[in-house]
Design a protein around this ligand. Structure first.
Ligand code: CTP
Length: 401
């Protein structure tokens, strides 16, 4: 999503500086390159070495260092980037930006740049509310500095209010909207379920299935890349946490449903999770001993909620487009058509998950697409390509909603 984009990250000295490490990780996962500048006070909160390890580049901090200036002058640092992000931005740094004070490398670079500048402020709520800070913000916004956050919440100092730095995901989204302003799903919201669910039998055993989560993760990534503000609700998988979206990890179908309902309203819902149909009604708080000679009759199962059906029938909050999968081993198209009707969703992507097909856990998928208008056969595709193809269809459709 940020492939080939060069982000210059300025970290100033606040307790939120630790989040800059996760921000670097997320920008890099999205394909971007990061070069970092630390102010002197930032080095009290995060070490140049940790940023250097994550950016895989040297970290700059001192305008008066001969090596910093000769290897990459302050003008060059800005020239060689597509966007500057200041995260966290302290009250002091915002004041310096407003006045044009340039007494260190970080402040000199923001004064010398003609690139877009995003700031993610972090400070105590009283400092944020102070007239001096508020005036600085108004002036900086007038100069086209893009503010992201701060968020409301508990602060390191124990007070509550506006002043927490935005989460790295929100900052990555803001960077993307500036660098790629014409993405077709900007302003839309999406929710994607992915992976298997695990239904506990006792503290050490569970019922699950072979889903890898690959298809759902690729769909969430394709929607986020197209600009949708995306929430991925995922059961346990071995996949890396994707960037540029909110990721909620769950174990059971009940937890997955609860997070889906909390995430409403959304414009688009894609249920790609392989939700376990059954949960153990009489799950044990202690490990069940084999001496008890447990057999199937002792294990009583009850049906899990159907998340796709619940979303499709959500009274006031039904997403504009509800999309599900049908995991089948026989009569694929016929079962897909039946599921679309029974669950009242808009589209079903029916796929063959029989043992030999390698759909569960593998990299490819063959989709039989079902909508209220009819059916389509998609060729065998990589799961990432199925995701991109689906995203394109969603973009075409959502324009008409
Ligand atoms: N689904 C869901 N909640 C469930 C079961 C399924 O949201 N408790 C969703 C899946 O994410 C998928 C669709 O419903 O989008 C179809 O899932 P599938 O496993 O193919 O079908 P089931 O409804 O479980 O029916 P069956 O097991 O009889 O095939």
């Amino acid at each position: 999503m940020l492939k080939g984009r060069r982000i210059l990250l300025i970290v100033t000295g606040g307790i939120a500086a630790f989040k800059s490490l996760e921000l670097v990780r997320q920008i890099r996962t999205a394909g971007g390159e990061v070069r970092a500048i630390l102010t002197k006070s930032a080095t009290e909160f995060v070490t140049p070495l940790s940023l250097q390890a994550l950016t895989e580049d040297r970290v700059y901090s001192d305008i008066f260092s001969l090596t910093d200036e000769s290897e990459m002058g302050h003008i060059q640092l800005s020239r060689n980037s597509d966007l500057i992000v200041v995260a966290p931005a302290t009250a002091n740094f915002l004041a310096k930006m407003r006045l044009g004070i340039c007494d260190d490398l970080a402040s000199t670079v923001v004064l010398a740049t003609d690139k877009p500048v995003v700031v993610a402020p972090a400070m105590n709520v009283r400092m944020w509310d102070h007239a001096a800070t508020q005036e600085n913000i108004i002036t900086l916004k007038d100069r086209n500095i893009k503010f992201i956050g701060p968020n409301e919440g508990e602060m390191a100092c124990g007070e509550y209010g506006l002043g927490r730095m935005s989460e790295p995901t929100e900052i990555v989204n803001a960077i993307q909207s500036i660098l790629q302003p014409n993405r077709p799903l900007l302003g839309k919201t999406a929710l994607v379920t992915a992976g298997p669910t695990r239904e506990p039998i006792d503290p050490v055993r569970f019922i699950a299935n072979r889903s890898s989560g690959k298809q759902g993760y690729s769909i969430a990534e394709a929607l986020a890349a197209a600009g949708a503000e995306t929430t991925l609700i995922t059961g346990p998988t071995n996949l890396p946490v994707p960037s540029g979206m909110r990721v909620l990890k769950v174990e059971t179908a009940d937890e997955m449903l609860a997070h889906c309902m909390e995430s409403l309203p959304v414009d688009i819902a894609v249920c790609a999770a392989a939700v376990a149909d059954w949960k153990v009604a009489n799950k044990s708080d202690q490990k069940i001993k084999k001496q008890k000679n447990i057999n199937c009759e002792n294990l009583s199962l009850s049906q899990n909620p159907d998340i796709l059906k619940t979303l499709s029938n959500a009274d006031n909050n039904r997403p504009d487009l509800v999309i599900g999968f049908a995991a089948e081993t026989e009569d694929i198209l016929h079962n897909g058509i039946r599921k679309q009707k029974e669950k009242n969703c808009d589209w079903i992507l029916a796929n063959d998950v029989a043992m030999g097909t390698q759909t569960f856990g593998g990299d490819n998928n063959t989709i039989h697409f079902v909508s209220k208008k009819g059916t389509e056969e998609w060729p065998v595709m990589k799961k990432e390509d199925v995701a991109k193809y689906l995203a394109k269809k969603i973009i075409d459709e959502i324009g008409r909603v």
